[in-house]
Design a protein around this ligand. Structure first.
Ligand code: BES
Ligand code: MN
Ligand code: ZN
Length: 455
């Protein structure tokens, strides 16, 4: 598996992507017709050289009219025989950067427990694509996927911290970690309350990169496993909860993308990750408990399974204390977001229209779909209970993604602007460039939009 393009063009074989119905390249001769090649999506036609070898290949992209239903179709090229391939003549309607990213994303495999690394075909960077940026995007995405795919037994708060330390070292960032009872002394009571019942101590990871320029703080939900706590999830809902650190994984992947692509230059970046496991033990926090947050707001815990907003609230409060220009939270926060928009289109929330439009445009450009939803002011009453300032789990179950977003916004006050993404972090069935399993959402959209969001 490689997030890089081949650089040696000697012996590279030509690869022609074609929409169905497109004229064949002259070099292909009549063989594709003989073989019945129809350029269906992902269909490959190898071109024999007449000597028992290969002289190239065609790959089908399917029906051009329905192209908008798909992305990264060229990822299917990873089924080609091993060797180095060079894309020729991208057909109309396929952007060079999308094609380039597809060729790298298609090479992702999660092989940690297979004992054998994947080796497949290599590709030269298609002409017209920004090789460095595409490789940075793929490297960040691969990191995100590996972190999510690694089960909680091997990716608890301690291992997530180790991964963050490795990345910080690799990109020259600084990192500070506050763990266990030190969280109480440093005033992160809700991170402590959620994580204290787990074998692995709760912690807050704090990474900084860059000395000058506009400041962006990214806050990622790092719930390494979400049992639901004493409000225990049923087995079917708990099965996938190793992915509940998808926001943290995406934040780290995004930091990697920003650093490796050079896009981080001229910014002050900070990544905050509350890393915890929401577990069950005699010292677990309980339904009905009232927590006093870092910010001073009291929170009635009406469901220990609404833990993400609790740990994020303390991290957001810390973020807001230094008034960065922009705060972005990334979190696998609610089942309601998936009910509303499905697994592929995470909702995002932002009060500033210009920022929201920039992000929506970045999402489209980067083929990293997002959809804006409202911080709907009138629903504020839903998160206001009887005996505390806030309720972490409003009864009624209406507008679950919005009420969670409103809860977080209370703690982000003080930041110049605030954007929240309620991501899913998981690809339920394989699609081009996205095997079943962990997937980053929103990072490439933010990477693309950053110059507009923070000029
Ligand atoms: N991690 C879950 C949200 C989740 C579940 C995301 C499934 C993606 C897929 C979160 O901590 C949670 O359990 N949220 C509850 C909140 C409720 C108790 C108010 C939910 O969405 O059901
Ligand atoms: Mn939960
Ligand atoms: Zn959760």
């Amino acid at each position: 598996m490689s997030a890089s393009f081949a650089t040696d063009a000697t012996d590279a074989l030509p690869l022609w992507p074609l929409w169905s119905g497109d004229a064949l390249p002259d070099q292909a001769g009549t063989w594709p017709d003989t073989a019945g090649f129809g350029a269906k999506l992902g269909e490959i036609c190898l071109l024999p050289d007449g000597d028992g070898g290969l002289k190239g290949a065609l790959i089908g992209l399917g029906d051009k009219a329905s192209a908008s239903r798909r992305r990264f179709t060229l990822a299917a090229a990873t089924s080609l025989p091993n060797g180095v391939w060079q894309v020729r003549d991208l057909p109309e309607g396929i952007d060079a950067n999308e094609a380039a990213l597809a060729l790298l994303l298609g090479q992702y495999r999660f092989t940690r427990y297979k004992g054998k690394a994947y080796e497949g075909p290599q590709f030269l960077c298609p002409e017209g694509a920004d090789s460095d940026r595409v490789q940075a995007a793929a490297a960040g995405e691969f990191m995100t996927r590996d972190l999510i795919n690694t089960p909680a037994g091997d990716m608890g708060p301690a291992q997530l911290e180790a991964a963050a330390r490795d990345l910080a070292e690799q990109i020259g960032a600084s990192i500070r970690v506050t763990s266990g009872d030190d969280l109480l002394a440093a005033n992160f009571p809700m991170i402590h309350a959620v994580g204290r019942a787990a074998a692995d101590a709760p912690r807050l990871l704090d990474i900084r990169l860059g000395e000058a320029g506009p400041m962006l703080t990214i806050v990622g939900k790092g719930v390494c496993f979400d049992t639901g706590g004493l409000d225990l999830k049923p087995a079917s809902s708990m099965a996938l909860m190793k992915k509940d650190m998808g926001g943290a994984a995406t934040s780290l992947g995004l930091l990697k993308m920003l650093a490796l692509s050079g896009a981080a230059e001229g910014y002050r970046l900070r990544v905050l990750i509350p890393a915890v496991e929401n577990s069950v033990a005699g010292n677990a926090f309980r339904p009905g408990d009232v927590l006093t947050s870092r910010k001073g707001l009291t929170v009635e815990v009406n469901n220990t399974d609404a833990e993400g907003r609790l740990v994020l609230a303390d991290a957001l409060a810390l973020a807001a204390e230094e008034s960065p220009d922009l705060v972005i939270s990334l979190a696998t926060l609610t089942g309601a977001a998936r009910v509303a928009l499905g697994p592929d289109v995470p909702p995002f929330y932002c009060d500033d229209d210009a920022t929201a439009q920039a992000l929506a445009k970045g999402a489209e450009e980067a083929r990293d779909p997002l959809w804006r939803m409202p911080f709907w002011q009138p629903y504020e009453t839903m998160i206001e209970p009887n005996i505390a300032d806030l309720d972490n789990a409003p009864s009624g179950g209406m507008a679950g993604s919005i009420t969670a977003a409103l809860f977080l916004r209370r703690f982000a006050e003080g930041a110049g602007r605030y954007v929240h993404l309620d991501i899913y972090g998981w690809q339920p069935s394989a699609a081009p460039g996205r095997p079943k399993g962990g997937v980053g959402q929103g990072a490439r959209a933010i990477l693309a939009a950053l110059p507009q969001m923070l000029p």
